[in-house]
Design a protein around this ligand. Structure first.
Ligand SMILES: O=P(O)(O)O[C@@H]1[C@@H](OP(=O)(O)O)[C@H](OP(=O)(O)O)[C@H](O)[C@H](OP(=O)(O)O)[C@H]1OP(=O)(O)O
Ligand SMILES: Nc1ncnc2c1ncn2[C@@H]1O[C@H](COP(=O)(O)OP(=O)(O)OP(=O)(O)O)[C@@H](O)[C@H]1O
Length: 503
């Protein structure tokens, strides 16, 4: 990419989240990820290009030096912080504006700094030689799985948190607040269970109600996502028509309705296989497995039949993508309730000794020493600031793993195609090669921990009110709220990307 010859016509809108907007190159498998900020911050922002560049470089460092060792080399793709010509960025912003979903237009793209993150386009298989010979463009499935376990911390004051997972409780809160109009029946604990039946159902529920947890791309174009108009149900038949050439032989005599069922089912099986694959030893019969303790793998809100939940196999092949994400999420072993007093200890320490912020790496740098603090935090609280900081760092890393996305790129391949480093799955069915990546590995700001505590309270309180009126636990919650450690302003009114808490 020649930075001095950037032309907005070579780029198109690809997608966006809460903090960044992504454009893809029309020919090369590259994307640019540009930061966004709220309109009020646009007026007040006095950030220099150097600060913006540092912010993006921090994201790169965190992904490379912290998340990559934890999640596995093979799933993480290095990005590069780049400085773009301002004129190009302004033209690009105008060009993509009309493509943006209304629900994301409360924030604007950063057109002031010219800084961005350049990444490989993960919706396109990078290591597959067969695409050149195949007419079918690669498919890519993006899943934002969210938190896959029930907390077991002794600090938990609300028993419901040991029974119903955060995602399922959060659904009710989101519905009440108008974020979504229908409940998703997806349960992350089913996806992370390692049990193929449970995983298949989890993916079926994602397809039925994708919200912001599921997208499908074909040849790099998004063909299936959540409708901005949440009243409209997803068109599964249209999706099946897109998928038909990949999963059904061309002469198939099945009716349209039958074939829809078959292809969606095939898609689900391919996704399950990819999520369970251990890239290093795909055909080894002796895969190591990660077992979770029984109580932590089933959510009472999941729609699955209790027998399946009780009797199923609950383990993930060691080192598959779900295993890596789950074990990183589980670095949060105190729950926000156990972390809050430690966060307060750190806050007080920093108030007394502001210069310690740097030594303790509260905002980075994200280097080997930061990772060392995460990995070698003492097991027991010895009352030290080092312990508190270690747990805060672990919690932030876990938050990143709870909010990342998985990209499963698949392509069909002919009989004689080589497989390179991608993995052949389902050898007896139409043949696919597949690559799995993890994206959105940004550091979560230290300050966001106070928001997490308030949000946790709101989600649980709302869920209990909704499902168990007149519950004694609510009185305890009220009391807890009054004693709340965090009296700061709610993030609902302050969330923004370019606040530049130096991360
Ligand atoms: O707190 P959660 O679980 O609602 O997660 C937020 C996500 O909401 P979700 O529940 O997935 O719809 C939220 O996603 P959406 O904007 O709702 O698509 C963001 O990913 C947010 O991260 P960040 O603050 O932008 O870095 C996420 O916030 P963090 O908690 O990761 O900071
Ligand atoms: N390297 C990539 N290749 C292809 N698509 C990408 C890539 N990075 C991001 N995307 C697409 O852009 C979307 C937004 O990116 P991303 O999730 O990083 O944004 P975000 O603002 O950090 O999200 P969040 O709301 O979780 O904070 C993704 O959901 C994905 O569809």
């Amino acid at each position: 990419m020649e930075l001095d010859k950037m032309d907005e016509n070579d780029w198109k809108y690809h997608g966006e989240g809460n903090k960044s907007l992504v454009v893809s190159h029309v020919q090369h498998a590259r994307v640019l990820r540009l930061l966004k900020y709220s309109t009020e911050d646009a007026e007040n922002s006095h950030k220099t290009t150097e600060q913006a560049f540092r912010h993006i470089q921090n994201i790169v460092d965190y992904s490379q030096n912290v998340m990559k060792p934890l999640l596995g080399e093979k799933f993480i793709h290095n990005g590069e912080a780049v400085k773009l010509p301002l004129d190009f960025v302004r033209q690009l912003s105008l060009k993509v504006q009309q493509e943006r979903p209304e629900s994301r237009c409360d924030k604007v793209m950063d057109t002031l700094s010219g800084c961005a993150l350049c990444l490989p386009n993960l919706t396109q298989l990078s290591s597959c030689c067969c695409c050149s010979r195949e007419h079918r463009p690669p498919l890519c499935i993006e899943i934002k799985p969210k938190c896959g376990f029930l907390p077991a911390s002794r600090h938990i004051t609300k028993d419901i948190k040991r029974k119903v997972c955060r995602f399922c409780m959060h659904q009710h809160f989101k519905l009440a607040n108008g974020k979504w109009k229908r409940l998703s029946h997806y349960c992350p604990l089913d996806l992370f269970s390692g049990n193929k039946q449970r995983m298949s159902l989890a993916i079926k529920h994602l397809i039925e109600e994708p919200q912001n947890n599921f997208n499908i791309f074909k040849g790099g174009e998004c063909i299936y996502t959540c409708n901005d108009d949440a009243d409209v149900l997803q068109d599964l038949d249209e999706l099946a028509q897109h998928l038909r050439p990949y999963f059904l032989p061309s002469g198939s005599l099945l009716s349209r309705q039958q074939s829809s069922k078959v292809v969606l089912n095939e898609l689900i099986q391919v996704i399950v296989s990819a999520l369970l694959s251990t890239w290093d030893c795909p055909r080894s019969g002796q895969l190591r497995k990660t077992h979770l303790s029984e109580g932590r793998v089933t959510c009472e809100a999941s729609l699955l039949h209790r027998d399946l939940l009780r009797n199923g196999n609950h383990c993930l092949p060691k080192d598959c993508v779900l295993d890596k994400i789950l074990s990183t999420q589980m670095l949060d072993n105190l729950d926000i309730e156990g972390l809050s007093p430690l966060f307060k200890r750190v806050e007080q320490h920093l108030q007394m000794f502001p210069k310690e912020r740097c030594r303790l790496q509260m905002d980075g740098p994200y280097n080997a020493s930061f990772l060392e603090k995460v990995q070698n935090c003492p097991a027991e609280d010895d009352g030290s600031i080092e312990y508190a900081v270690g747990k805060v760092h672990q919690y932030r890393v876990a938050m990143t793993a709870k909010d990342c996305s998985i990209m499963v790129a698949i392509a069909t391949c002919g009989e004689d195609d080589g497989l390179d480093q991608s993995l052949e799955i389902q050898p007896t069915k139409p043949r696919f090669t597949c690559s799995v990546s993890i994206l959105d590995l940004d550091p979560k700001p230290y300050e966001s921990i106070s928001h997490q505590s308030r949000l946790d309270y709101k989600i649980v309180n709302h869920y209990l009110r909704r499902t168990q009126p007149n519950n004694q636990e609510l009185d305890n919650l009220e009391e807890l709220a009054n004693q709340s450690l965090f009296l700061g302003r709610d993030r609902d009114g302050e969330d923004c990307t370019l606040v530049f808490h130096p991360v």
